[in-house]
Ligand binder design. Sequence first.
Ligand SMILES: [Cu+2]
Length: 158
Amino acid sequence: MSKPTSSHAYGIGIIAMIVGLAVGISYYQLYYIPELIAKPKISEEILNPVEAENVISMIKGSASPEQQDNFVPKLVNIQLGIDNRAVWENIDETPHTVTADAGREYTDAYSGKFGSVGVVKPGERYEFLFTQPDVEINYHCEPHPWMTGKLIITKARF
Ligand SMILES: [Cu+2]
């Protein structure tokens, strides 16, 4: 004796499972993954801060450990929507980097990983748009570790 009913139900069960799996995978690929990859929505005020640039200079003589000033200003308080576009300009005669301290790497949800890729040559600049509050960054120059700076990013205090 065969068992047509149960094997039929079994077949339908398998098909239903395959269809369900296919729908699940399509949803994951079409909606879930793009949602993960998509950049977060950042307000226009933060994308276009009041101040065009918040300039930090790498001043002349920074390559010397005897010189006290290198990143000027050394401590920068950044307010989102006000001065959150930080620009490091190298006005020295030596290439420098803007590098997060070891173990303190920072990634902004909108701008990505913080830090210059390679060196910032004399006359060049490195720019980073901060979009998230409550962040503290300690950074330095890779070839000249005595060059250090700190950033504190907060919401605008109106
Ligand atoms: Cu340097």
